[in-house]
Design a protein. Structure first.
Ligand code: PLP
Length: 358
């Protein structure tokens, strides 16, 4: 199997896995404590959680705090639902469903347009009553990097809060400033089932999951030390290896562009995370291609939308026809992808496309 679906999820780093095992039970059986218990076992678990919080915070701007959640989806819900009521919420047309559907559920959603290259520029109006603007840093389908620093400025001018979905950016590139930033462990070699919302000091949020008032009264529920320690370890590793990882991705990207030279790239080539290659070939039957390339794990558009039969809202937002969107594939690679795997996958995919006569 060759795994080229790094935007859907990433392999767990062995270092993160090793760090987690201690907090499942541990060799001496002391790793299972409830981090909210005041006794020694609880305090040991709480100390591990706090050490992980510092590691996760080290990749965020200064002047904020990290609230652990069960996923980025939950973090985004806390940000959008917890930051106020009434007023418009402006979101880019290429946000993940976790933002789009949540904003939609509250009503008064205003959609920000994106260019053909997949960029959401600030040269467009936001409603007078805007209370929150959400623009993601790196798009999950086409990898395009958004001008989030400009949006942060524009949100301040408009008197709105600014939320960034940094799920596909965190651990790969520097996360830019905002009022709230959402991330997910499994997108940077941490475990699934854990995410976080970074909240700038002074930003008030209303708790959405009520109960025991853990996480500074903002998110109730017992934390999982094992998941959080794995999350923290993955963050520390990403920080340490950011340069090395991005050099590796750059080498894979350069080779991939040669290997898929006769495909059309969807989205900007430059303003892009180069671990995302979203390509199309007119007339390609993607379902057939995928069934003929079963040993390569890749995606037809977004993994979240796949299976729905609906063409991707991101590819439509950048002006592709339904036909073009349906003839697009997404290849995602990163830290553990080898050049040999990429070359073998390209040979398999190109041969299958050729068989279709496209
Ligand atoms: N935002 C983006 C850009 C994503 O790619 C994803 C996952 O696909 C999410 C949010 C949701 O993350 P999670 O799986 O932690 O809920």
């Amino acid at each position: 199997m060759i795994y080229l679906d790094y935007q859907a999820t990433t392999p767990l780093a062995p270092e993160a896995r090793d760090a987690m095992l201690r907090w499942l039970d541990g060799p001496d059986g002391t790793g299972f404590g409830n981090p909210h218990s005041p006794h020694k076992l609880g305090r040991m678990a709480a100390a591990a959680v706090e050490a992980a919080r510092d590691k996760v915070a080290a990749l965020f701007p200064p002047g904020g705090r990290v609230i652990f959640t069960g996923s980025a989806t939950e973090a985004l819900n806390l940000a959008i639902r917890g930051s106020g009521k009434g007023g418009s919420v402006s979101v880019s047309a290429i946000e993940h469903a976790a933002v789009l559907d949540t904003a939609e559920a509250l009503g008064q959603t205003h959609i920000l347009h994106v260019s053909k290259e997949g960029q959401c520029y600030t040269a467009q109006d936001v409603p007078n009553d805007v209370r929150l603007i959400a623009v993601m840093q790196v798009n999950n389908e086409i990898g395009t990097i958004q001008p989030t620093t400009d949006w942060h400025r524009k949100a301040k001018e408009a008197g709105a809060l600014f939320l960034v979905d940094a799920v596909q950016a965190y651990g790969k590139i520097e996360v830019t400033g905002a009022d709230m930033i959402a991330i997910s462990g499994h997108k940077f070699h941490g475990p699934k089932g854990v995410g976080a919302l970074w909240v700038r000091d002074g930003v008030e949020l209303a708790e959405q999951i009520t109960g025991g008032s853990q996480e500074a009264g903002l998110r109730s529920g017992t934390l999982s030390p094992a998941l959080i320690v794995g999350f923290g370890e993955a963050a520390a590793l990403a920080k340490e290896r950011m340069g090395e990882d991005s050099e590796h991705v750059e080498a894979l990207w350069t080779r991939a562009r040669e290997l898929f030279a006769d495909w059309t790239l969807n989205g900007s080539e430059e303003a892009r995370w180069h671990g995302n290659l979203n390509l199309r070939k007119d007339g390609l039957d993607v379902n057939r291609l995928m069934s003929e390339c079963r040993q390569v794990m890749f995606s037809a558009g977004s993994a979240c939308a796949s299976g729905s039969g609906r063409p991707s809202h991101v590819l439509r937002a950048i002006g592709l026809s339904d036909k073009q969107a349906k003839s697009s594939i997404r290849l995602g690679f990163g830290r553990y992808t080898t050049m040999e795997q990429l070359e073998e996958a390209a040979q398999i995919i190109n041969a299958a496309a050729e068989e279709q006569g496209v």
